[in-house]
Design a protein around this ligand. Structure first.
Ligand code: ADP
Length: 532
C-alpha cells in the first residue's frame, strides 16, 4: 500500500533543528569557496583602486541591509516562539542589533543624508558605529553557539514569549541608542579611525584585524558545534562578514576604494544569505504541511467511506431476501385466509420465508467477514452449480418481469476454488442489475448466461441482458462504491462484486457497446487441486 505523503512525526521542522543534508553542506561549502575566491581576486588587484564617491550608495546599501536583517530577525524570533530556545533568542537579537545599528551609521555618514552627516560631523563616530556592528554580530553568534547545547528551560518561557521578545527588542534598541549618543557626543575623544573624511588610520587596521579575529572565533565555534542548517549558513555569513571587514579596510586604506565598495557587496550577500535559506525552508515546510493536511483529509474520507460502505452494503445485500420474505409471507397469509385454506401452498410459502431468512443470515455473516478482511474457507466448486443456485434465488423476480433465460453452460468446465455464497452473490447482483435494466424496456427481455474456459487458466462467466445498456460515459465509474444511476440505487452491488472477484484472484469487467444491453464478465482461476 502506498504510504500517505505526510511528515514523519519526529521530523525536526525548523531551520535551527533541521540537520543539513549532504547537498546543502556542499552548497554552503561552495558558497564559502566562491567568497574566498572573490576575496583573492579583489585583494590581488582591483581593490586598491580609488573610485568615485557615490553619496547615494551608503543609504541604498544601508536600507537594503536594514530590511534584510530586520526580516531575518522577525523570522528567527518566530522560530524562538516555537522552540523557546535561548540560542535562537540570541541570534534573533543579533540580527535585530545589526539592523538597528545601521540606522545611526547611515545618519552620521557624511554625505549620505546631509553633507556632514545628519547627526553631526562625527568624523570618528561613523566608523566606530560600524565597528560596533561588526563586533556585535559575531558576539551574538558566539552566544548562540554556546547556548545551543544548553537545555533551555521551556517552563521559563511559558506564556511569556511575547514579553521576552518585546524586552529583547527594547533592550537592543536601548543599547543602540546609548552607543549612538555616546559615539556622537564623545566623537572627539574616540581613538582615531579616520585620518580625514576618506583615509583610514593605522589604528583602523588594528581594529579591523581584531574584528576579523573575533569573526574567526565565531566561525570556529560554529564549525565545532555545527549541527543544524542554521549553523551551516551562519558559518557562511560570518565568513562573508570577515571578508567584508578585510575588504573595507585593508586594500584601499580609504573609503570609496574598489575594495570598500566590494566589501559592502559582501556585507549585502551575508545579510541576505540566511534570509534566503529561511524563506526557502519555510516554503518547503509549508508545502510539506499542505501535503500532510491533504493526506490526512483523504485518510479521513476513506475511513468515513468504509463506514458508509459497510452500512450501505449490508442494506443492499439484505434488501433482496427481505423482499422475498415479505412477498412469501403475504402469499402464505393469502393461502390461509381463503374460505378453504390451502395448507400445502401456505407451507411452501413459509418454506420460502425460511430459505430467504437463512440467506439473509448467511449474507450478513459474509459481509462481516468481508469487511473484517477475514478469510472464509474456500472449497472446490462447479461454477455451473453456483449459476443455477443464483438463478433459483432470482427466479421470482425473473418471472415477475417476464424475462426469458438462456443458460449456455459448459458442463465440462474445470472446477474452481472459492466461496460459494460470495460467488453466488456476485451473480445475484449482476442478474439483479440486468433485470432492472430490462424491466423498463419494452423490447425483447432475454437474460443470457454463459460459462466457458478463458486463457486456459480461468473460468469465465458472462451475464448479458437486452436492457437499456450503460449510460454513456459511466463505464469507468460503475464499479466505484456509491455510484448509481437508479433512483433507489445504492451503488454498492458492483463494488461488492469487484471486491469479491478480486479476492478470488479474478477480474470483472463490462462490455457496454455490443448490441442492446450490457455484458458483464468475470473470471475465476481453476482450482489447482482438480485441474487435469
Ligand atoms: P445500483 O444497482 O444500486 O445502482 P450497482 O453498483 O449494482 O448499484 O450498479 C451501479 C450502476 O451501474 C447502476 O446504477 C447502473 O447505472 C449501472 N449498471 C449496472 N448494471 C447494469 C446493466 N446491466 N445495464 C445497465 N446499467 C447497469
Amino acid at each position: 500500500m502506498m504510504k500517505p505523503d505526510i511528515m514523519p512525526e519526529d521530523q525536526p521542522f525548523t531551520l535551527s533543528t533541521l540537520p543539513p543534508g549532504r547537498a546543502q553542506k556542499r552548497l554552503a561549502l561552495a558558497v564559502m569557496l566562491v567568497f574566498l575566491g572573490a576575496l583573492f581576486i579583489l585583494a590581488g588587484g582591483l581593490s586598491n583602486i580609488q573610485l568615485r564617491r557615490i553619496d547615494s550608495f551608503v543609504p541604498a546599501y544601508g536600507m537594503a541591509m536594514f530590511v534584510n536583517d530586520m526580516i531575518t530577525a522577525v523570522l528567527l524570533f518566530n522560530q524562538f516562539a516555537i522552540l523557546r530556545s535561548c540560542a535562537i533568542l540570541a541570534i534573533s537579537t543579533g540580527y535585530l542589533f545589526t539592523a538597528l545599528m545601521l540606522v545611526p551609521w547611515m545618519l552620521v555618514f557624511p554625505g549620505a543624508f546631509a553633507p556632514a552627516g545628519l547627526l553631526g560631523t562625527g568624523l570618528q563616530s561613523t566608523d566606530w558605529l560600524n565597528a560596533l556592528r561588526y563586533a556585535g554580530f559575531p558576539t551574538f553568534v558566539i552566544a548562540y553557539t554556546l547556548l545551543k547545547g544548553v537545555n533551555s528551560p521551556k517552563r521559563l518561557w511559558e506564556g511569556s514569549v511575547g514579553a521576552t521578545i518585546l524586552s529583547s527588542v527594547a533592550m537592543t534598541s536601548a543599547v543602540v541608542c546609548s552607543v549612538t549618543v555616546l559615539a556622537i557626543v564623545g566623537d572627539a575623544y574616540l581613538p582615531r579611525i579616520m585620518l580625514d573624511p576618506v583615509h583610514f588610520s593605522t589604528f583602523a587596521l588594528y581594529l579591523a584585524g581584531c574584528l576579523i579575529l573575533w569573526n574567526a572565533i565565531a566561525l570556529t565555534l560554529l564549525w565545532i558545534r555545527q549541527r543544524s542548517v542554521l549553523d551551516l549558513w551562519l558559518m557562511a555569513v560570518v565568513c562573508a562578514y570577515a571578508i567584508e571587514i578585510y575588504l573595507v579596510s585593508y586594500p584601499g586604506l580609504a573609503r570609496f576604494s574598489a575594495g570598500w565598495y566590494a566589501g559592502r557587496v559582501f556585507g549585502f550577500v551575508s545579510s541576505i544569505l540566511v534570509l534566503i535559506v529561511l524563506l526557502h525552508e519555510i516554503t518547503t515546510l509549508y508545502a510539506q504541511l499542505h501535503r500532510a493536511v491533504l493526506a490526512q483529509r483523504r485518510e479521513r474520507e476513506a475511513r468515513l467511506m468504509t463506514g458508509d460502505a459497510v452500512s450501505a452494503s449490508i442494506a443492499h445485500e439484505i434488501k433482496q431476501p427481505l423482499t422475498t420474505i415479505k412477498a412469501s409471507a403475504n402469499a402464505g397469509l393469502n393461502w390461509l385466509d381463503r374460505g378453504e385454506p390451502e395448507l400445502d401452498r401456505a407451507r411452501d410459502a413459509l418454506r420460502r420465508v425460511v430459505t430467504a431468512g437463512d440467506r439473509a443470515d448467511a449474507l450478513v455473516e459474509n459481509i462481516r467477514t468481508h469487511f473484517r478482511m477475514g478469510v472464509r474457507p474456500r472449497t472446490s466448486l462447479d461454477i455451473n452449480d453456483v449459476i443455477r443456485g443464483a438463478l433459483t434465488v432470482v427466479g421470482d423476480k425473473l418471472r415477475t418481469n417476464r424475462i426469458a433465460v438462456r443458460a449456455d453452460l459448459n458442463e465440462r468446465l474445470p472446477r474452481i476454488r472459492g466461496e460459494q455464497i460470495q460467488l453466488q452473490q456476485v451473480l445475484v447482483n449482476l442478474i439483479g442489475n440486468a433485470i432492472d435494466s430490462m424491466a423498463t424496456e419494452d423490447g425483447e427481455r432475454l437474460l443470457s448466461i454463459r460459462s466457458e474456459v478463458h486463457q486456459s487458466r480461468y473460468v469465465m462467466v458472462s451475464v448479458q441482458d437486452t436492457g437499456k445498456g450503460l449510460e454513456p460515459g459511466t463505464d469507468d465509474r460503475i464499479f466505484n462504491p456509491m455510484f448509481t444511476t437508479k433512483e433507489d440505487g445504492m451503488g454498492m452491488g458492483l463494488a461488492i462484486c469487484r471486491s469479491i472477484i478480486g479476492a478470488h484472484e479474478g477480474e470483472i469487467s463490462v462490455t457496454p457497446d455490443k448490441g442492446p444491453g450490457a455484458i458483464f464478465h468475470f473470471t475465476v482461476p481453476f482450482d489447482p487441486g482438480s485441474a487435469s
